[in-house]
Design a protein around this ligand. Sequence first.
Ligand code: NDP
Ligand code: 8X3
Length: 234
Amino acid sequence: MTDTWASGRVALITGATSGFGEAMARRLLAAGAHVIATGRRAERLTALAAELASDRLLTRVLDVRDPSSIDALMADLPAPFDAIDILYNNVGLALGLSKAQEASLDDWQTMIDTDVTGLVRMTRAVLPGMVARNRGDVINLSSVAASYPYPGGNVYGATKAFVRQFSLNLRSDLLGTKVRVTSIEPGMADTEFSVVRFKGDQASADKVYAGVHAMSADDVALVCESVLKLPAHI
Ligand code: NDP
Ligand code: 8X3
């Protein structure tokens, strides 16, 4: 493969078994990057590896809510996959659409553990290497829900506001380095997001996208690709 904008770059993608993460993994791999694709569903990772059949693709089971899972991933990356310079911090989920006075506290805790604590832990695991190499892109998946509330969005929206604000604060800390942080805040995109939100209820999930020209996962990957193509000073 001839050199491209992605040649020689190493991307760690969280949530690569579906949706935005899978689309980004495909795009990065096609563009020549080395890709570490992660997620909890081992069978999806195995299928992806079999389909894409590339020695630039490494798959690893990862649960971002489990610190030991993150430690094990980071401790066991063979060269050149150990020099990560793209962190696609994509894992996140919404659970339920109940109003705050009726919502499940367990669901709230799972969203916070995943969307906030998981993303923070992944960032803390990868950032020191990027700073040491003075090279890198952190792409954090926030949402329009970070800025625009809707009934039942309560804790999900708040986790995404955290992601956006965390991204802005990271920029302050990284000023003077060539590590760039980008908060991506998509609107509605047709992925497994709503099936997860409605806990497997496909009919309720389908209603979310009925009559709407929702984005695809690859549309979002295209936006992220345009960020990754920018020179480091932008
Ligand atoms: P999907 O449900 O399609 O994908 C979510 C991915 O996250 C899956 O690969 C899932 O894999 C993984 N995941 C979930 N929990 C964990 C965990 N604990 N540890 C590791 N991996 C986990 O959703 P999207 O692709 O749509 O969402 C991606 C991100 O974009 C999320 O942060 C979401 O909040 C955000 N977003 C989505 C929008 C939309 O409309 N779709 C709009 C705006 C933002 P597995 O189950 O195998 O672990
Ligand atoms: C996902 C988009 O509008 O369903 O973050 O919250 S929305």
